[in-house]
Design a protein around this ligand. Structure first.
Ligand code: PEP
Ligand code: MG
Length: 324
């Protein structure tokens, strides 16, 4: 199997019906960087910056972070890397930050909420990213944005950081794009102006699914209860795809489901053209996409939905059995 994936490594994921799906990898540690060469990923669709904070016993310094991010960009050799700003709180608690006693941490003070309420660390991180880019293109993504105003406020922080860098005489990124993760149902229903303004969106399917079904992603009693291929969830995702199409907003999907071939196929069939996954999943996902006709899969999905199925999985599995 490994050889099979090696032979398609440098191939683009073009489906039988001629649709090109961009496959990126998720990363966060320096150890992930060699995968940029050998996984076949086109770039890094999600760089989880909190991992660098979690492996330390004290808050990293700005110069240290800038050097790390520069190494990531060096290794990427011009491939796109999407840096997600610090996503802490909930299941990810920094040992050197005062832990909050919260009744529901997943619904609590986490990610962009911490970043906006206590902007010191986020400002330091933004500055480190701008310095690391050192004139190269830079993509920054904010985690867990639940409403338009949070995106605007985070963006204003980027503008401030840029003004500061300029004043200090530092070279600015050649191109800068600022996106948001769509991880709460509320953001999906944000106004059109938000979709027009945000430069790109990436669906954090792990969190989005947990909030959609009100089922804790960490809780063994419930986490496998609801299928990602449940009709309600797919219909919701398809609605997000259509909203993005209407405004021309680039959309990707970076939750774990993007790395599961059958799930990835269904995501592509409902219109997602960009998926980001763990490096080892790029081969298997590509292998399946190459063999499938998305128009057929979309029809299978819609027919199962129209027939009143709860999940489209059995119908899609049936379709896959029919492939030669
Ligand atoms: C997600 O929620 O799907 C996601 C990609 O972010 P994380 O898993 O780091 O919460
Ligand atoms: Mg998330």
């Amino acid at each position: 199997a490994l050889e099979r994936y090696a032979s398609i490594r440098d191939k683009q994921a073009v489906t039988l019906c001629g649709k090109m799906i961009r496959l990126d990898m998720n990363a966060g540690l320096m150890a992930d960087l060699p995968s940029l060469e050998n996984s076949g990923a086109e770039g890094v669709g999600l760089f989880r910056t909190e991992l660098q904070f979690l492996v330390r016993s004290q808050m990293p310094k700005r110069t240290e972070l800038a050097a790390l991010y520069a190494r990531v960009l060096d290794a990427a050799k011009g491939k796109r890397v999407v840096f997600r700003t610090l996503d802490i709180g909930s299941d990810k608690v920094l040992p050197y930050m005062k832990a909050q006693d919260e009744p529901n941490p997943a619904l609590g003070w986490r990610a962009i909420r911490v970043g906006l309420d206590k902007p010191g660390v986020m400002r330091m991180q933004l500055q480190a990213l701008l310095r690391a880019a050192n004139g190269r293109p830079l993509s920054i993504m904010f985690p867990f944005v639940a409403q338009y105003e949070e995106y605007s406020a985070a963006r204003a922080e980027v503008d401030k950081a840029i003004a500061r860098e300029k004043k200090l005489g530092h070279i600015l990124p050649e191109k800068l794009e600022i996106g948001a993760m769509l991880e709460t149902p509320s953001l999906a229903f944000a106004c059109k102006k938000f979709y027009e303004e945000v430069e790109f969106l990436s669906i954090g399917g792990n969190d989005l699914k947990q909030f959609f079904f009100a089922a804790d992603r960490e809780n063994e009693l419930v986490r496998r209860r609801y299928d990602t291929l449940n009709v309600s969830f797919l219909t919701f995702l398809e609605d997000i795809v259509n909203r993005c199409k209407a405004t021309g907003t680039p959309l990707s999907f970076c939750g774990e489901d993007a790395g599961r071939p059958v799930e990835a196929l269904c995501l592509a069939a409902i219109g997602l053209t960009s998926l980001s996954m763990r490096p080892a999943s790029v081969g298997p996902v590509k292998h399946l996409l190459l063999r499938c006709n998305l128009d057929d899969v979309r029809k299978v999905i819609h027919d199962a939905r129209d027939a009143g199925e709860q999940s489209v999985r059995p119908a899609v599995m049936e379709y896959l059995r029919g492939l030669s």
